[in-house]
Design a protein around this ligand. Structure first.
Ligand code: PHE
Length: 324
């Protein structure tokens, strides 16, 4: 046994002297300390050593083991670990430009519209996409039997909530939290279980607007939205107000802009219904206001001649790069 130990020690000393690479260090470690390594094998024979020699032989093996381990550690620090040697670096080569992202056309459109309203004193706020029936329907004066409450027209969660189908929910949230005067717009995603095609998506974006004070009239609605549409589509834009119905505004209108020979619907709007003021705890004899809502995709499609709503969501860089 003692002979064997000194033979292995001698071999190890010779092998150590030959090490010249990270791979050789690893090969050496496996050859001596691996599962079937030379030193490991000696440890296995320790059981057969007579009891009176066991202590001495064990100590000898441990000494060699520690010596090998510390030698391996030292080699690991000294020997190159792979990768390009430092002198390969050429600082005169041009750098690698990281690919640069850009703002999505829908976000650009939202920012542009928010900018126009912000110059008219409107503050931009946001609300949650997962909502209650109260904020999406009840407080907006939408009766229980209204078709939009149907599961065919609104996504309900299994916890009695829903994915908001309109940004009008944010009107309610803001009015419940604050007192007039208010001038806000609220951009965000809305969801409806529509079959996806060139002009429909189960998710799209709206921008809601709300102005409340004690002397806001329908003339203010007309003035603000007229100015907005001329800022967005050009100062020559012709605008038409058409009577319409929304449960949360009275009277209500749809607003069209002239487009070629025809008219295109751009906005829903109206004076805030007194029932809505009641729901949020405002005095309906004093509070006066108007609200409006528009579809962001529709506006971006019109202005840029985009013929399919799905382009917005498919992340095709050939599409997105046109709007950098
Ligand atoms: N929420 C309405 C819709 O989604 C739009 C609207 C908002 C109409 C505010 C009037 C006032 O169609």
């Amino acid at each position: 046994m003692k002979d064997q130990i000194s033979r292995v020690e001698k071999e190890a000393r010779e092998d150590l002297a030959k090490i010249d690479s990270a791979e050789a260090v690893e090969a050496f470690r496996i050859a001596y300390l691996g599962k079937k390594g030379k030193l490991t094998e000696l440890f296995k024979q320790l059981g057969a050593v007579p009891p009176e020699e066991k202590k001495e032989v064990g100590a000898e093996l441990n000494r060699i083991k520690q010596w090998l381990e510390s030698s391996i550690d030292e080699f690991r620090k000294k020997v190159p670990q792979g990768g390009a040697p430092a002198e390969m670096f050429d600082e005169t080569l041009p750098g690698i430009r990281p690919p640069q992202g850009s703002t999505h056309l829908l976000q650009q459109t939202i920012q542009e519209i928010s900018g126009i309203f912000s110059r008219m004193g409107f503050e931009t706020v946001e609300g949650p996409e997962i909502e209650t029936e109260f904020h999406n329907f009840t407080a907006l004066n939408i009766p229980l039997d209204h078709p939009s409450r149907d599961a065919f027209d609104t996504f309900y969660t299994t916890h009695g909530q829903l994915l908001r189908s309109q940004t009008s929910t944010v009107q309610i949230r803001v009015m419940k939290e604050r007192k007039p005067p208010l001038k806000i717009i609220a951009p965000g995603r809305v969801y409806r279980p529509d079959t996806v095609d060139a002009s429909h998506s189960f998710m799209f974006h709206q921008i809601e607007g709300l102005m409340v004070d004690d002397r806001v009239t329908f003339s203010d609605l007309k003035g603000v939205l007229h100015l907005f549409l001329r800022e967005l589509f050009g100062s020559q834009t012709k605008i038409r107000f058409r009577p319409h119905f929304f449960p949360f505004t009275e009277p209500s209108v749809e607003i069209d802009i002239q487009w070629g020979k025809g008219w295109l619907e751009i906005l829903g709007a109206g004076s805030v219904d007194p029932n809505v003021f009641d729901e949020v705890g405002y005095d309906k004899d004093i509070a006066r206001g108007f609200a409006f809502g528009l579809g962001v995709e529709r506006i971006a499609m019109l202005r840029h001649g985009i013929n399919d709503i799905r382009h917005f969501y498919e992340n095709d860089l050939r599409f997105l790069r046109q709007f950098v």
